[in-house]
Design a protein around this ligand. Structure first.
Ligand SMILES: Cc1cc2nc3c(=O)[nH]c(=O)nc-3n(C[C@H](O)[C@H](O)[C@H](O)COP(=O)(O)O)c2cc1C
Length: 412
């Protein structure tokens, strides 16, 4: 169990982060209950403050049911009981680890930019010392209006975070910029702002996904990697403040929005991209499943179906990326992955030594819930000193953070 020590004594669990969601009177307010749910699912304590206009779009009952707290709407409500003075905008501001305003109307943005504190939300923001994330959402002409743009710039100069709205069909019938980003995107941004930032200033190059090796214009060979592990490491590293470049083979996953994504196809493309970006990096994490063998020749014309029952395809070993860049390692941290079906630790240990890695993650493939395409993983992390950390089945996201913890230890 997470919160239990080896001798079974319960550890105090980490204090919950408190997020105040400020909801204002925009049509996209209907998306905000999903933002609240997303934050709560991550173990955060969520309170909602609604402007009077916001209550026209979504009910306080919805938000109080989801958050388990009363919803605050009025600056003066329930303030002063005898001998028990509770000034809502100060108590709320003091408890916040983050204030997230979504949707943020043009009106509220204008008020915040000018320090106006005429309702509970604007007063709370002015009294807060926590970070503030503003998510503008409005009609495209309201958004591009010079006054709104100047006000947004003022919020940024005052140190607030502003999440750019998306483009597309708007509820008002116009097309353009002004859509509130999807709840998952807002939750991700909130997580980044309140994360530990222990990898801030560190540059991490990650390889991810499979490679595709063309046989002819129609056919190719590949492997079962989906990029989920590389995606989890990319997201975790970004959330912890690292600058991340991810070199990826063809995948169907979305990488964290802060990462620079470099798309490649073949093992050779991946090798070239690693060589090109390696100088930039402090850390290299090779989570891609690079083809070990590639077709010896590429046929420019489609190979015709023959009368014979068999067709022999000749394969040649691809360039071993880690072995080829070994002499460029210097003080960089190199982390490799070994996907094995058998003799997991023995085979991974050999690879660690041969390639002078700082860590190798030995991945069990071919068992349920582990390896390719799965959201979970199991295996071991081995270091050159011979230390082996075996990890039981866990979400790839959690394994990503374990790997980054070990990287962080080696950076100091
Ligand atoms: C149907 C309707 C939809 C609206 N949608 C938005 C919107 O998406 N964004 C916005 O900035 N204002 C929108 N407004 C205007 C705001 O509700 C109005 O400016 C209000 O004063 C905002 O108050 P508040 O910032 O205190 O919540 C809308 C108004 C109506 C009637």
């Amino acid at each position: 169990m997470e919160n239990t020590t080896e001798n079974g004594i319960e550890k105090p669990s980490k204090p919950k982060k408190t997020v105040l969601i400020g909801i204002t009177g925009g049509i996209a307010a209907y998306k905000v209950p999903m933002v609240a749910r997303g934050l709560i699912a991550l173990g955060m304590d969520v309170y909602a403050i609604m402007t009077k206009s916001a209550t026209e779009f979504v009910t306080p009952t919805t938000l109080s049911s989801l958050t388990g707290h009363p919803v605050y709407t009025d600056l003066f409500e329930g303030n002063i009981a005898s001998n028990n003075i509770n000034i809502n905008h100060i108590t709320l501001a003091d408890k916040a680890d983050l204030i997230l305003i979504a949707p943020a109307t043009a009106n509220t943005i204008a008020k915040l930019a000018h320090g106006i504190a005429d309702n509970l939300l604007t007063s709370t923001v002015l009294a807060a010392t926590s970070p503030v994330l503003v998510c503008p959402s409005m009609n495209v002409n309201m958004y591009t209006n010079k006054l709104t743009q100047d006000n947004i710039s003022m919020l940024e100069s005052a140190g607030m975070y502003v999440l750019e709205p998306g483009e597309g069909e708007l509820a008002c019938g116009w097309k353009g910029k002004g859509r509130l980003p999807e709840p998952e995107r807002i939750v991700l941004e909130a997580r980044k702002i309140i994360s530990t930032n222990d990898l801030s200033g560190i540059k991490i190059l990650i390889t991810s996904g499979p490679t595709l090796e063309d046989i002819d214009p129609v056919r190719f060979i590949t492997n079962r990697s989906t990029g989920k592990m590389g995606q989890a490491i990319t997201e975790a590293a970004c959330l912890r403040g690292a600058s991340v470049k991810v070199i990826t083979g063809p995948v169907n996953v979305n990488y964290a929005p802060w990462a620079k994504v470099i798309e490649v196809r073949s093992a050779n493309d991946m090798f070239n991209a690693v060589k090109e970006h390696l100088d930039w990096a402090d850390v290299l994490i090779m989570a891609a499943a690079v083809a070990d063998f590639v077709p010896s020749t590429y046929k420019k014309q489609k190979i015709k179906k023959l009368n014979s029952v068999t067709y022999k395809l000749e394969l040649t070993s691809s360039t071993d990326i880690l072995a080829s860049i070994k002499d460029k390692k210097g003080k960089k941290i190199f982390v490799g992955f070994a996907a094995e079906t058998n003799s997991l630790e023995k085979n991974a240990g050999k690879k660690l030594e041969a390639k002078a890695l700082d860590l190798i993650v030995a991945n069990k493939v071919g068992s349920k819930g582990s390896g390719f395409a799965s959201d979970t993983n199991t295996g071991s992390i081995i270091s050159p000193s011979g230390t082996v950390q075996r990890f039981k089945l866990m979400p790839k996201q959690r394994l990503a953070n374990k790997i980054l913890d070990l990287v962080a230890e080696r950076l100091v």
